[in-house]
Design a binder for this molecule. Structure first.
Ligand code: PLP
Length: 220
């Protein structure tokens, strides 16, 4: 692509604004891209970023935060309980709370530290065996368990629809689960489908390749 990260951010923001009337937070997903690309986005006014690996974020963001105190970092990848301490210290938002053991580990860490990342519960709307997220039919009980048993404030829900299905029914299902649980925030929509997600009520879209360009294949 010949256009710059700044150009692509502008174009993406315009498409988001055209897709729905609500306020939408654009989470620029910078996984695998170097800090220099994040710097370019910051220079273009982007302050919210997403990463899917705790280790990568811990290496990349401290120097960036030193010059951009308002940078907001979201964890959008699976979180192992043995990384909870690092994740709580590193991220402002954790979008991938998806099982009781992780809820308990977060509650334990919150008892130790004043840092309180905002939490989203990830729902596996397609019930895909290989994918993280609580199953839709277990979501209500899990949200209640987080809130009542672990005293965790749940801000909203997140989903990643199956790659081979139309995303709209998954976005609608996520919105329905959020509404009946009184949750205001919906993280849904990626480069290929964010306009559909915004039309169905997304408050957060997670966009990587449409801003930073195609990623190299994931290692391993
Ligand atoms: C990589 C990733 C994205 C961004 O994907 P693009 O297709 O590059 O926009 C969004 N959400 C999650 C959970 C991801 O892992």
């Amino acid at each position: 692509m010949m256009d710059s990260i700044a150009d692509r951010l502008l174009a993406t923001r315009a498409k988001i604004a055209a897709a729905g009337p609500q306020q939408v937070t654009l989470v620029a997903v910078a996984k695998t891209y170097p800090a220099s690309d994040v710097e370019q986005a910051l220079a273009a006014g982007q302050i919210v970023f997403g990463e899917n690996r705790v280790q990568e974020a811990m290496a990349k963001y401290p120097p960036l935060r030193a010059h951009h105190a308002n940078l907001e970092l979201h964890l959008i990848g699976p979180l192992q309980t043995n990384k909870v301490k690092e994740a709580v210290a590193t991220f402002d938002v954790i979008q991938t709370l998806d099982r009781p053991k992780l809820a308990a580990a977060l509650a334990t860490e919150f008892a130790r530290t004043p840092k309180r990342p905002r939490l989203f519960v990830q729902v596996n709307t397609g019930a895909e065996p290989q994918k993280a997220g609580i199953l839709p039919e277990a979501a209500d009980a899990f949200i209640a368990e987080c809130q009542n048993q672990h005293r965790l404030a749940i801000a909203g829900l997140m989903c990643i629809p199956p790659a081979d299905e139309p995303p709209a029914p998954h976005f609608a299902l996520l919105a329905e689960i959020a509404a009946r649980n009184g949750l205001a925030l919906l993280s849904m929509g990626m480069s290929a489908d964010y306009e559909t997600a915004v039309a169905l009520g997304a408050t957060h879209v997670r966009i990587g390749s449409a801003i930073f360009g195609a990623r190299a294949p994931a290692p391993g």
